[in-house]
Design a protein around this ligand. Structure first.
Ligand SMILES: NC(=O)c1ccc[n+]([C@@H]2O[C@H](COP(=O)([O-])OP(=O)(O)OC[C@H]3O[C@@H](n4cnc5c(N)ncnc54)[C@H](OP(=O)(O)O)[C@@H]3O)[C@@H](O)[C@H]2O)c1
Length: 272
């Protein structure tokens, strides 16, 4: 019973799934949360085959009662929560006028509000335990806003503020708050993005991360109790350039992002 326990949201694919495998292989009992139950069951079976322990709790982060049930069921089963990995999230990468009101609401809820709500639910237990680790998978989009990323970036910028405030709020409690800010990762993310733009620029292979790269970073962050990690490291340069030369970055993005319908212009010119 002394084995640590990690809740992982978004465990049905991509980074969350890789995080669950990585944490299990280092001795964590893992609680797998996402909507697609079959995927979670199959992942739990693979983890158990390798001698690990996994609990499946299908959860839709748009529903507060499901978030609360996830935390309650974890405590009923294990009576402790050592690590929370908030990986669930998605981006509809379309122009703002193409976002439905429901898409806007859902991205804010899943990426930002749901992550805050689950953190709020685990916090009293971590405080009582006098320790714990909250790890948020944020994004390079927490630092740089691009055309068609406006809603996604709003959620990810929001997370960065949340993490910074919470980290300072929890100083001295023994709880660590970490943000992992990846660039592009090869997952199912793009399948849900409904991209409606074209750009002549694609992420070169050498910059593209795998889910396992991010999962390994999660293990490092736990070991070293790090605050914020941007990966790959060169992304720090992009953040720096954007902060110092926002006008130039704006000009470049206007040059490279344009509507699929054929207008080689950015959103700000699209009505002309
Ligand atoms: N891929 C990238 O390039 C990239 C870069 C930077 C940051 N990120 C961030 O990394 C995180 C993981 O994304 P990924 O790349 O691994 O993409 P992914 O493979 O599409 O995984 C997304 C996960 O989010 C879950 N999810 C979506 N809506 C949910 C809901 N309503 N309730 C509960 N879970 C929900 C999905 O599970 P169900 O559909 O089964 O619910 C899935 O497990 C996200 O926060 C994303 O913003 C991704």
């Amino acid at each position: 019973m002394s084995q640590p326990v990690a809740i992982i949201t978004g465990a049905s694919s991509g980074i969350g799934e890789a995080a669950a495998r990585a944490l299990s292989s280092t001795g964590y009992r893992v609680v797998l949360a996402a909507r697609r139950k079959e995927r979670l069951i199959s992942l739990a079976a693979k983890i158990r085959e390798r001698g690990g322990e996994a609990l499946v709790i299908p959860t839709d982060l748009r529903e507060l009662d499901q978030i609360q049930r996830l935390v309650e069921s974890t405590l009923q089963a294990y009576n402790r929560i050592d690590v929370l990995v908030n990986s669930a999230g998605y981006g509809k990468l379309v122009w703002l006028d193409e976002q439905t009101q429901a898409d806007i609401q859902d991205q804010l809820q899943v990426n930002l509000v749901g992550a805050i709500q689950i953190t709020r639910e685990v916090l009293p237990w971590m405080i009582a335990q006098e320790g714990g680790h909250i790890i948020q998978i944020a994004s390079i989009a927490s630092w740089v806003g691009l055309p068609t990323y406006s809603i996604y970036a709003a959620t990810k910028f929001g997370l960065r503020g949340f993490l910074e405030g919470l980290r300072r709020e929890l100083r001295g409690t023994g709880i660590t708050v970490s943000g992992i800010f990846p660039g592009a990762v090869d997952t199912e993310f793009d399948q849900h993005a409904g991209v409606h733009w074209k750009t002549t620029r694609v992420t070169p292979d050498w910059l593209l991360l795998t889910s396992d790269d991010v999962a390994n970073q999660i293990l490092k962050v736990i070991k070293k109790k790090k605050n914020n990690v941007l990966i790959p490291g060169i992304m720090r340069l992009a953040v720096w350039v954007n902060a110092i030369f926002p006008g130039t970055v704006g000009w470049l993005t206007a040059k490279y992002f344009y509507r699929k319908e054929g207008k080689t212009v950015a959103w700000r010119d699209a009505g002309e």
